[in-house]
Design a binder for this molecule. Sequence first.
Ligand code: HMG
Ligand code: MG
Length: 304
Amino acid sequence: MMPKRVTICEMGARDGLQNEATLVSADDKIRYIDLLSQTGLRYIEATSFVSPKAIPQLGDAQEVFARIHKAPGVRYPVLVPNAKGYARAREAGVEAICVFTAASQIFTRRNINMTIEQSLEVFREVVQRAKADGLWVRGYVSTAFGSPFGDAVSPQAVVDVGVALMEMGCDELSIGDTIGVAVPSHVETLVPMLAAKLPIERIAMHFHDTRGTALANIYAALQQGMTIFDASSGGLGGCPYAPGATGNVGTEDVLYLLHGLGIDTGVDLDRVRAASRFIAGVLDHPLTSKTYQALETSRIGAAT
Ligand code: HMG
Ligand code: MG
């Protein structure tokens, strides 16, 4: 039941950098994205056109998006929280956007200051406009396996929000384990419920690795026929509005697993590592991806 080919969606420049306390310069963000563009990745989330008060790190979205070298065949989606974000993104020449809501009411309020219902109303208009303008649209359902604020999240609520996003015209859905609490049995419960209502070839799984279960969850999702996975070079990531959330599963770790299983991704692990090494030199902490760490250690070992 394992797929032969899987698509990796790279989160490092958006989910990754949004969670960094130290301000990264636009030049360094651009260099990082340009290195990611040389890896074979076909989906590189570039930045967010959110309120700069909410995410100061990505306040340079306009400049970053304008100056990255857009490789042919690569999508560079950006997060858009409302009509204002959509207008800014269009002005910058964006061709793919992501709208984002959640299955937890409290998280949605903290993250985008709306109820889930209000967010769906706002996004219905944004998505309609984006589709009329010929854009590609992804919809996120965050806190799909648990909320950082302890409110209950049911699999049915995830399905309902996912269906609403797809019905309004999203091309793809991403199901987010924002705080990294899922285990494979949760995946095995949720995926068939999604598959009963939606085409799973258009659904991505977005695992944060807070408790070290992300690769196990990906393996479970692969067995359920899922073929799109979000990951972050070096394991960067987290949401400042989800207390305790740590990085996305590392792109290097996912590539190591998939290639070892004989699954094709079209992505060069060594080139992803080069992008991670560049951004590691800019940040004030080590990267968490185990495969990145192992490869860097053996590189040092080989050189001495
Ligand atoms: P609000 O305060 O309710 O918004 O925030 P508002 O409409 O009242 O506006 C307040 C101010 O922000 C105004 O400026 C607006 O003009 C400005 P002022 O008059 O005070 O000078 N503003 C904007 N400026 C630039 N671009 C915009 C924009 N919108 C308003 N688009 C809002 C509501 C949604 C704007 C805010 O809460 C926000 O931007 N939130 C984004 C939070 C965020 O980016 N979170 C991380 C991404 S989600 C995530 O990481 C999860 C994911 O990875 C999946 C997973 O892991 O599960 C996707
Ligand atoms: Mg995330």
